[in-house]
Every structure is written in structure tokens, then in C-alpha cells.
Design a protein around this ligand. Sequence first.
Ligand SMILES: [Zn+2]
Ligand SMILES: [Zn+2]
Length: 260
Amino acid sequence: MDKTMHKMEIAGDTSLEQAFQTYCLLNEEVRRWQDERGSFGMEELSPAKTPPYYPFVDFPEIVVLELWKRLNQVIGLIVSEAALRETWKRFKNGQSLSEPELSSNLQISLTGIAHLLRARFMKTKMDAENNQGQVHPEKTAYESDACPICGEHATLSILARSNGQRFIHCTLCGHEWPTARVGCIHCGSEEATEQSYLQSEEFPGIELVVCEACGQYFKELDLRTLAVADFIWEDVRTLPLNYAAEQWLADHAKQSGNIQ
Ligand SMILES: [Zn+2]
Ligand SMILES: [Zn+2]
């Protein structure tokens, strides 16, 4: 872990700046694709009866491959359709991908598709509620750290700019839903002694919440003090905090003798 953190430091601002430029180019391509394609190819995809309504593993392969290929072209990455199909299958089976650019382009493609599906879901929901003459705010009945729309497991919580209310923000589809003001968003533990809050002067307005009850962590962004234009980039930009949390968990596990 030390090694990884060291590498991040050496990489410095230049490569982060370059990564950001590429990220912006890829996102422009996603927006172009969204404008051109709308929900074409996804009409037959109907929401599940219970959450998650549009799990990413059910995204139509033809749509995933189309956007993915376009993003690969943006960065001059040439991969055959057969190889993409094979990689998509591996990814859906939960296998990690060894090709970082291909993998990151796939993530961005899934994000682009998930945002479209979320928009469609919310519109249908709002239309239905308007027809009934009432609009209900989102209920919190869905008790899980997985996004009710796409099923992605949460990694970010935010404190709302207006009143500090806490929401979970899904980095795949952009959906936000309210959650308990304190405690772990993963396991629901509200025992204060079980969560540690790690901060870094380098990243004001962000806390890394590490939970000993479940051994997981998440980032909390306080939007009352921090302006965030893009949550995914914010998550990437602050990756050193993730490494610190993993280090913290490893050290802590060693101390309590849980890990060999
Ligand atoms: Zn989601
Ligand atoms: Zn927990």
C-alpha cells in the first residue's frame, strides 16, 4: 500500500491534469452519444419490479459495446468487437480487468448508459405521480447500500449544501437518496466507536469514514464547504484518501490480530 501511495505522489499534478483532460474528452463523447442515441436500443429494457430497477449486468450488450467502442476511438485504442464482448462478459462475472484504459472506458460507458436509464425511470415515476395528482418525495424504505436504480454499491455520501442533510450519491447512475445522518452507509452501524473519520488538509471538505464493524469505508463530501462539479472526478481526484483508508484498515486489522 505504501508503494501505491508513493507512486501517486510521484505522479504529481501533471498526470492528474492529463487524466482530467482525457476524462473530459471521454465525457464529451458520452454526451454526444446520449444526444444522438437517446434510449435507442433500450426501449425493450423494462425496469425490474423491485430495486435495483436497472442492474448494470442487464444493460443491453449492443448498447454497451457501441458506446465503449466510441470511447476507445477517442483515445486511439483499437480493440476488436469479439475482444470487447469477451471482456464485458468477464466484467459482468465480477472478474477484474487487467487493461486499465479499456476498463476505465467501460466504466464511463456504463455511467453514460446508467444516467440515461435513471432519467427515464425518474420521468416515468414522476409522470405516474403527476397523473395521480400528487408527488411523493423519495422514500427511504430501501435499506441497502446498493443503489435502488442500478444496484451499484455506494462509495460516496454527501451532506447537502442547503441543510447538511445526508444523502448517498451513486457514482454509476447519479441517483441520490437520503440516509441516516450518522454511522456507516454500508452496514448501518451507528455505534460511534466503530467509525473513524480520516481527514487530509490536502482535501478540505472530505472525510473518509472507516467502519470497523464491517471493515469497509466510504467518502463523505460536505457540499456546504466544497463545490463539486463532477462526483466521479472528485472520487478519482481524491484516490489517495482511499489508499489511506485501506492502509488504516490493514494496520488496524494487524493490531487486533485479525489478519495474518
Ligand atoms: Zn445508481
Ligand atoms: Zn460498516
